[in-house]
Design a protein around this ligand. Structure first.
Ligand code: PRP
Length: 285
């Protein structure tokens, strides 16, 4: 029987979330990362643990059928892959930064300057679009140290929390690209593999949807039931069950987590009590 091959980071920021997502999809993979290859026991999936920078090329060549990759790397390598699903983790931006205290009026300030980066292609395109002629100095890591040791006047690197910039006395000035982890696929795939991919994507979508939603239960006085239901933006219509105490009902529904904080005070003001917010494991609509 055919199996789908998925490439994920051997080490790095995406690894833990990638394995966590497969686990949440009930795809059980041996944690034998030293083997560089593992088989899922209960799903037709083989996992290839690869160097981050190699993944787009391997997927483009069809060595792996799909990969979990940062969009930043897809843009930088220019590999022609199909982005199947944004995964919502490893959110970051590729930004230009300069030393703290250095006057900065706009992108034109980089004219004639030296910029250190591990993303030369993305940076070159951005500079060209903005008609800035700067020298690009390519280094593969620890880019943030470049200005302090006299290698460059500015840097272009990934920023997530901003902590690395702060620690190195740098200030973010321009965002070139926003990125998150995506599931990307080789455009050529057999029908059998595409069908496995569809099953995997179905599971991933239901896990991702569940992560951003919560199951909410509350007790409502019957005379205010309609007002309370009107505030709740549920999947369809909430479930309403009578409580043992007369005059009260239990209301159950699903809402987006961020919406919950917007309406909690309104719910309480209308008499809702005993409000419980419960995580959802999988959500299929
Ligand atoms: C990335 C990036 C920055 C840092 C930014 O490096 O190159 O150095 O993260 O993150 P922050 O804004 O949260 O501090 P990473 O540690 O992923 O390793 P890398 O150097 O191999 O890219």
């Amino acid at each position: 029987m055919e199996r789908l091959k998925i490439a994920i980071q051997k080490s790095g920021r995406l690894l833990e979330d990638s394995l966590g997502l497969l686990n949440d999809c009930s795809v059980k993979v041996d944690n034998g990362r030293d083997q560089l290859r593992a088989q899922a026991k209960n799903f037709p999936l083989d996992v290839l643990y690869l160097r981050n920078s190699d993944i787009p090329q391997y997927v483009e060549d069809g060595v792996a059928d799909v990969g979990i990759i940062g969009e930043n790397l897809l843009v930088e390598t220019g590999c022609q892959l199909d982005t199947v699903l944004p995964l919502g983790f490893a959110k970051c931006r590729l930004s230009l930064a300069v030393p703290k205290g250095q006057p900065y009026t706009g992108i034109q300030d980089f004219q004639g300057k030296k910029i250190a980066t591990s993303y030369p292609n993305t940076l070159r395109n951005y500079l060209q679009r903005n008609q800035v002629d700067a020298e690009i100095h390519v280094i593969s890591g620890s880019v943030e140290i470049a200005p302090a040791i006299g290698l460059a006047e500015g840097i272009c690197d990934l920023v997530s929390s901003g902590n690395t910039l702060f620690q190195n006395n740098l200030v973010e000035k321009e965002v070139i690209l926003r990125s998150e982890a995506v599931l990307a696929a080789t455009p050529q795939m057999s029908d059998a593999k595409r069908s496995i991919l569809e099953q995997l994507v179905f599971r991933m979508e239901s896990v991702l949807k569940a992560q951003s939603n919560k199951y909410i239960l509350l007790n409502a006085p019957n005379e205010r039931l309609e007002e309370i239901i009107a505030i709740l933006p549920g999947m369809k219509s909430p479930t309403v069950l009578p409580l043992a105490v007369t005059g009260w009902s239990s209301v159950h529904t699903v809402i987006q987590e961020d919406k919950f904080w917007e309406i909690i005070h309104e719910l309480k003001a209308k008499g809702a009590q005993g409000i419980l917010v419960v995580p959802i494991q999988k959500m299929i609509i």
